[in-house]
Design a protein around this ligand. Structure first.
Ligand SMILES: [Zn+2]
Length: 88
């Protein structure tokens, strides 16, 4: 096992590093490589940006109005006797 990760290894580790799934030793070697390698640093930043954009888009897909509508419907349903324990 080399002390220095190759660029190919780093490329496959960026997600794990972002998610905190690397061990202490791997994380240290990962960041040492990034500090010395502009290509991998750019790759890591690009992936981080992509994940941020994708994550933000995922949040936009769920409108805030839906939970309120569901809550109102649930309240109306329970006030009308829906969901009572067997009704007997
Ligand atoms: Zn590299």
């Amino acid at each position: 096992m080399s002390l220095i990760f190759t660029c190919r290894q780093i490329a496959g580790m960026v997600s794990d590093a972002e998610d905190g799934r690397l061990g202490v030793s791997d994380r240290a070697r990962f960041w040492v490589h990034l500090s010395m390698c502009p290509s991998c640093k750019a790759w890591a930043e690009q992936l981080k940006l992509t994940r941020t954009v994708v994550g933000a888009t995922g949040e936009v897909d769920v409108p805030d109005a839906i939970p309120d509508e569901l809550l109102a419907a649930y309240r109306a349903w329970t006030q009308a006797g829906g969901g009572a324990d067997g009704g007997a």
